[in-house]
Design a binder for this molecule. Structure first.
Ligand SMILES: C[S@@+](CC[C@H](N)C(=O)[O-])C[C@H]1O[C@@H](n2cnc3c(N)ncnc32)[C@H](O)[C@@H]1O
Length: 442
């Protein structure tokens, strides 16, 4: 953990991100069953009702996609939804330690994979850019380690508003941003530490070079299809207009099988299942890239290993929110099914995890980093907030158990050559990958 101590020069003022308590999105909520007191007719509701009246009930996946990322009215597209003033809070917004440890993870993987002369850091759904900012600060502080490496940053973001906030957080004001709304690379600039940074709407547009990929609370916003087991077999859940109440939506069951049923497992034992084909497509893309060029992907989210059923839920103003009420004003999310992600990797890469957030951060040395920050701080209120942030991230009853880490790595990173494997097996049994085992520097 020597390097963590060196990274301790980070600005303490940045250590505290949010006055607690704010609501984190991992909280579980069974959807659509709450009594609806008010049904404000939002522009999104009007749009959806028009769509349903013209073409019939829509899948939950179509509903989620429209509500969250419709280019004209989507929840994420035109506002800052994170933080105290937004609808929910995420780990990087709670404590700088989170992003710093992830920065260490990428450097540790870069070193273990042979210190390539260049790499791309690609973040999916970067929110306010806070996580990337903390990671880049670690890269700067460990500049002597990374000095011969050409780094570039690539952000995949569909939200116009959030991409503007990311640019404010991450880029050098004196260097004007290049913008081209028509191009797959819709914005380009230079970070405060002089690293080239580019924005895309789709992962497939990011150059296929040697890359480290990061997705924190990204997969849970991708649209899910929902299925219910019935005496007639699996039936997909759709969303329709309630014939009893004007301007109200309701869940209905499809009368017969639908194409998305192909994603269900033949031996499925649950009676309600959520599947996310978009997550499958992204995992396949990541796996192919990593198998071809090396690198790694680190995915952190709340989720389960193919065990949970109805996890579709909404958040608004730090409160749980009925998913069908006032669409477009609340965040929608569903737990990530890590067993599905593993299946979609199709054996092209090695999947590690899911491992609980508190174990991953412990393995990455969060206690040492917290101690460094506490020792540096003279202000009791700052110390108190650091401890509160640590508790929020690590407490098994808070984010510690609900959030998980999952990684995709080239097979040779884990299995190495036969010789390396024998040497490793004789030394230890835990994972050679930091976070999934103890962090060690070679
Ligand atoms: C829940 S926020 C998480 C933000 C950030 N990673 C954090 O942890 O603070 C989800 C992020 O994904 C973005 N997003 C949502 N759907 C997306 C999509 N289909 N493609 C790219 N980005 C998307 C949102 O705009 C937002 O930046």
């Amino acid at each position: 953990m020597k390097v963590l101590a060196r990274a301790g020069a980070g600005p303490l003022s940045a250590a505290v991100r949010a006055a607690l308590p704010c609501l984190w999105r991992g909280k579980y909520f069974s959807s659509g069953k709450e009594p609806a007191e008010k049904h404000p007719v939002t522009p999104m509701l009007r749009h959806l009702m028009y769509k349903i009246k013209s073409t019939g009930p829509i899948t939950v996946a179509e509903y989620m996609k429209e509500v969250l990322t419709n280019p004209a009215k989507g929840y994420y597209v035109y506002r800052d939804v994170l933080g105290e003033k937004g609808d929910f809070i995420t780990s990087p917004e709670i404590s700088q330690i989170f992003g710093e440890l992830l920065g260490i993870w990428f450097i540790s993987e870069w070193m273990a994979a042979g210190k390539s002369t260049a790499f791309q850091l690609v973040e999916l759904g970067p929110g306010r850019g806070t996580l990337a900012e903390d990671i880049l600060r670690v890269f700067s502080q460990l500049g002597s380690v990374l000095k011969n490496c050409d780094i570039s940053i690539h952000l995949v973001e569909v939200s116009q508003k959030l991409s503007e906030i990311q640019a404010l957080t991450l880029t050098e004001e004196k260097v004007p941003l290049e913008r081209n709304a028509e191009s797959p690379v819709y914005m380009k600039g230079v970070t405060k530490s002089g690293i080239p940074i580019s924005w895309y709407r789709d992962l497939r547009d990011v150059p296929k070079g040697y890359s480290f990929y990061l997705a924190h609370e990204f997969f849970d916003v991708l649209p899910v299809h929902k299925f219910q087991k019935t005496p007639q077999g699996w039936r997909e859940i759709f969303i329709d207009i309630d014939p009893q109440v004007s301007d109200k939506l309701r869940f209905v069951l499809a009368p017969s099988a639908t194409p998305a049923e192909a994603f269900l497992q033949h031996d499925e034992i649950r009676d309600h299942v959520e599947v996310c084909p978009d997550a499958g497509v992204i995992i396949q893309e990541l796996s192919q890239r990593i198998a071809l060029t090396g690198g790694a992907a680190l995915i952190a989210d709340y989720g389960h290993d193919g065990t949970k059923t109805d996890t579709f839920r909404g958040f608004c103003g730090h409160k749980l929110h009925d998913v069908l009420i006032a669409p477009g004003t609340a965040d929608l999310t569903a737990d990530v099914d890590f067993s599905f992600l593993r299946r979609m990797a199709q054996g092209k890469v090695t999947c590690l995890g899911p491992i609980k957030q508190h174990m991953f951060l412990k393995n990455m040395g969060i206690d040492v980093r917290l101690k460094v920050l506490l020792d540096k701080s003279d202000e009791p209120s700052l110390k108190q907030q650091l401890l509160q942030g640590y508790d929020m991230l690590m407490n098994p009853k808070k984010m510690g158990e609900r959030f998980n880490f999952f990684a995709l790595l080239p097979h040779q990173r884990i299995h190495g050559t036969d010789q390396q494997m024998t040497a490793r097996q004789s030394k230890r049994s835990s994972s050679p990958v930091a976070g999934f085992g103890a962090l060690s520097w070679r």
